[in-house]
Design a protein around this ligand. Structure first.
Ligand SMILES: Nc1ncnc2c1ncn2[C@@H]1O[C@H](COP(=O)(O)OP(=O)(O)OP(=O)(O)O)[C@@H](O)[C@H]1O
Ligand SMILES: CC(=O)N[C@H]1[C@@H]2OC[C@@H](O2)[C@@H](O)[C@@H]1O[C@H](C)C(=O)O
Length: 369
């Protein structure tokens, strides 16, 4: 096993998650320290502005490059904060645009700077190979969920409620199916920011005070995304125009309706088999309105992943550590059932410039398995 640090800055734009794990890319060994370095509010706002403009941005846009540099420095700070002797880093970067229909998924982050500053080899650019082979480029986390869930009773669903929600379905005979499911927290976060100045609905307080508008919820669920078969994936802004449908609602009713939208999108997902248990990770598991809504709608056990000893805040960061090790070994990251890719494909690019030769030795051992 090698020691890997995984780094993820998700679509919620709340911070950089860093997590250390030992892995050989197949088995998940001991978990090391984890941390989150929050985005300073001004960097969050600048990143959001870049994300909003991403469709028309040039790659040499000076503000894009400045944000990329500042975000990378935050990742360097996260690695230093862990203070852990890593052999390898898995660096997801910040998604600013995801358009699988154009075979594009754009993560910003300077892997060369991260490798040079930390002295550790870095795997980055995890999604391009999948997109080039006809996949959605997301979600990539299912193979990690599968490795973690060895020994748990299947069939099982692992649901991530981040800015976007995605699910991994683990069948009793080893089936691995996945897709993005719906809006997660992104719309609710934007709504809360607009009406309360706080970038999320803490503990679901606003949603709990409101009433679901069933007519608006019906319109929201009319989005063609919900009629498409899986695998499928979403951009953070995929449902953005839907916000107009809520314009006439009070802040509380709008929040209640958006929380119900997140739940309904999960509940109406056609399932090839019935999971006995849903394990929930991502920040949305902290929102009791979402969790209660899911329990009611799914009618089976729905619990945070902590119920099986996983760390629901660190899972995605750990995942990109795991995927980095798989990438070094050339093992597949995605599968026809997870991204719609034509065949299982590996991915990621290794950045070793500026890294002392001695620091790359463990990678040779990893390659040999
Ligand atoms: N106490 C809480 N009450 C309600 N919501 C919460 C709470 N804590 C976190 N959240 C929600 O979780 C979000 C952050 O989730 P998370 O860190 O999993 O997202 P992410 O990793 O950025 O997203 P993605 O998985 O889409 O990349 C916040 O933006 C907020 O909406
Ligand atoms: C393009 C992109 O960054 N997608 C994220 C996003 O956040 C959740 C969901 O949408 C998921 O598809 C993906 O992240 C996880 C880590 C994944 O690839 O599995």
């Amino acid at each position: 096993m090698v020691r890997v640090i995984g780094l993820m800055s998700g679509t919620s734009l709340d911070g950089v998650d860093a997590a250390a794990i030992e892995t050989d890319g197949i088995m998940v060994g001991a978990a090391g320290p984890t941390t989150t370095v929050p985005f300073p509010p001004e960097l969050r706002a600048r990143t959001r502005a870049i994300l909003d403009r991403a469709a028309t941005l040039r790659v040499d846009d000076p503000e894009l490059l400045a944000v990329e540099h500042d975000l990378t420095c935050l990742h360097v700070a996260a690695v230093r904060a862990l203070d852990w002797p890593a052999d390898l880093i898995g660096f997801h970067g910040q998604t600013i645009l995801h358009r699988p229909e154009e075979h594009r998924s754009w993560q910003i982050g300077d892997a060369g700077l991260l490798a040079a500053e930390t002295g550790v080899p870095v795997v980055h650019d995890f999604r391009s190979a999948d997109l080039a082979a006809g996949g959605e480029g997301a979600p990539l986390v299912p193979v990690f969920h599968q490795a973690l869930a060895l020994g748990l009773e299947h069939p099982l669903a692992v649901l991530n409620i981040g800015g976007v929600a995605n699910v991994s379905l683990l069948g009793a005979s080893g089936e691995l199916l996945a897709c993005d499911v719906g809006p997660g927290n992104a719309l609710l976060d934007d709504w809360a920011m607009r009406h309360t100045g706080v970038p999320y609905d803490r503990d679901g307080a606003l949603a709990r005070a409101g009433r679901v508008d069933e007519a608006v919820l019906g319109d929201l669920m009319g989005d063609p995304f919900f009629r498409r078969p899986a695998p499928k994936s979403l951009d953070r802004l995929s449902f953005h125009r839907a916000m107009d449908l809520l314009a006439h609602l009070s802040p509380a009713d709008g929040a209640a309706t958006l929380a119900a939208f997140t739940v309904r999108a999960v509940a109406e997902l056609p399932l090839p088999f019935a999971p006995r248990r849903w394990l929930v990770c991502g920040g949305g598991r902290r929102n009791p309105v979402l969790m209660e809504g899911l329990r009611q709608a799914l009618g089976v056990v729905v619990e945070p992943v902590e119920a099986v000893g996983w760390n629901g805040d660190a899972l995605e960061a750990q995942c990109f550590g795991f995927l980095a090790a798989r990438a070094v070994r050339g093992l597949p990251l995605s599968f026809p059932g997870t991204t719609g890719v034509e065949r299982p494909v590996s991915g990621g690019r290794l950045e070793e410039r500026g890294v002392p030769a001695a620091a790359t030795r463990m990678l040779d051992l990893l390659r040999q398995g």
